[in-house]
Design a protein around this ligand. Structure first.
Ligand SMILES: NC(=O)c1ccc[n+]([C@@H]2O[C@H](COP(=O)([O-])OP(=O)(O)OC[C@H]3O[C@@H](n4cnc5c(N)ncnc54)[C@H](OP(=O)(O)O)[C@@H]3O)[C@@H](O)[C@H]2O)c1
Length: 317
């Protein structure tokens, strides 16, 4: 099969599409013939060697944590799926989705809704689950609360705006003005252009600030958080850890604001929840670009510029 491959860390543009071995299903696994795969910032961050803990799981490294396609083979112990069924999948850190075939755990597979294209389906798992888990589980977002999404126009942000509305929040979307029309269409109540307005200096308060650029700190956002407000970043690390520790020292003195982070956990039930919202017409994946496999390295480099609209999808077949 053909796949986008990297032999060493470096520029995302250095990826080569070449033949690699076909994957085989291990215990509890399914092989999917990929029709479309979506890219995420984690892909270019791994390729560039941004973090010491983000190493190539194996060589050549094939990026891509999510895809949609047809079941081609499966371990005999897998039940609930049929050969030929249309599915969407998330891979977790094993990656490998920008390829003609992909092997994944059956736990991370969901049926593709008939009304959704393969490109749209591939765009759901990573960004959709990050937004869902960040807002519902980490922030505990409730109906009637005020949510601000910083980075609303990208992969996670476009899901977060819609999931915020589904959960009953008032949603402020922070993005460049070119995305206003799209974000209003997704249900955002208020739009802020980050090139003109610094939301951390606003005279408003939010119950949840979901920072998915992520370029603001808890310290900067604390002023615009409500009394028991929570800041959730999509980039765990030393900064949020120290901020969270600082918060716990101030808690005995009545300080109720929280600093949290989301770390995506691929879960079949969350994928199924997102799919059911899609089927009900409440949630729509936003696909900004569709690029053929031969141009996947360019697309990954383009994503690394940090100004994506919705999701970037690679059409494989
Ligand atoms: N922790 C986890 O499990 C997890 C999971 C998924 C993603 N992530 C991380 O979350 C981040 C976002 O992921 P993504 O898929 O949404 O990325 P993305 O698709 O590349 O989107 C980033 C968005 O941020 C906007 N942006 C850039 N500068 C901005 C600024 N100063 N203020 C407001 N918006 C700005 C960009 O567009 P415009 O500038 O044109 O508006 C773009 O739409 C990445 O760092 C990713 O690694 C973490």
């Amino acid at each position: 099969m053909r796949a986008l491959t990297y032999e060493k860390h470096g520029d995302a543009r250095d990826g080569v599409v070449k033949k690699v071995f076909d994957p085989r299903p291990g215990p509890g696994q399914i092989v999917v013939r990929v029709v479309a795969a979506a890219l995420n910032p984690i892909d270019w961050k791994i390729v560039e060697g941004r973090f010491p803990f983000l190493v190539f799981p194996r060589k050549p490294f094939v990026p891509g944590w999510e895809a949609a396609g047809l079941i081609e083979a499966m371990d005999s112990r897998v039940s609930g799926f049929q050969i030929g069924e249309e599915v969407l999948v998330s891979t977790g850190p094993a990656a490998g989705a920008v390829a003609e075939k992909l092997v994944v755990s059956a736990l991370h597979v969901a049926n593709k809704p008939a009304g959704l294209s393969f490109e749209e389906a591939a765009a759901v798992p990573m960004a959709g689950q990050t937004a869902l888990q960040g807002l519902r589980d980490v922030a505990g977002l409730r109906a009637g609360q005020r949510l601000l999404v910083n980075g609303a126009g990208g992969g996670v942000g476009t899901f977060a705006v819609q999931i915020g509305k589904i959960l009953g929040a008032h949603v402020t979307a922070v993005a460049s003005a070119s995305k206003d029309e799209m974000l209003a269409g997704l249900g955002a109540d208020t739009l802020l252009d980050y090139r003109k307005t610094d939301f951390t200096k606003a005279r408003e308060e939010w119950d949840v600030v979901f920072d998915v650029v992520p370029n603001r700190s808890f310290g900067e956002c604390s002023r615009v958080l409500s009394h028991e407000g929570v800041y959730v970043t999509s980039l765990p690390g030393a900064g949020p850890s120290f901020a969270s520790l600082g918060v716990s020292f101030r808690a005995p003195f009545g300080f109720r604001k929280r600093c949290q982070w989301v770390m995506l956990k691929p879960r079949g039930e969350d994928l199924a929840q997102l799919v059911s919202w899609v089927e009900a017409g409440k949630l729509k994946p936003v696909v900004g670009k569709v690029v053929p496999l031969d141009q996947a390295a360019w697309a990954l480099s383009d994503l690394s510029a940090g100004h994506a609209t919705g999701k970037t999808v690679i059409r494989i077949a």
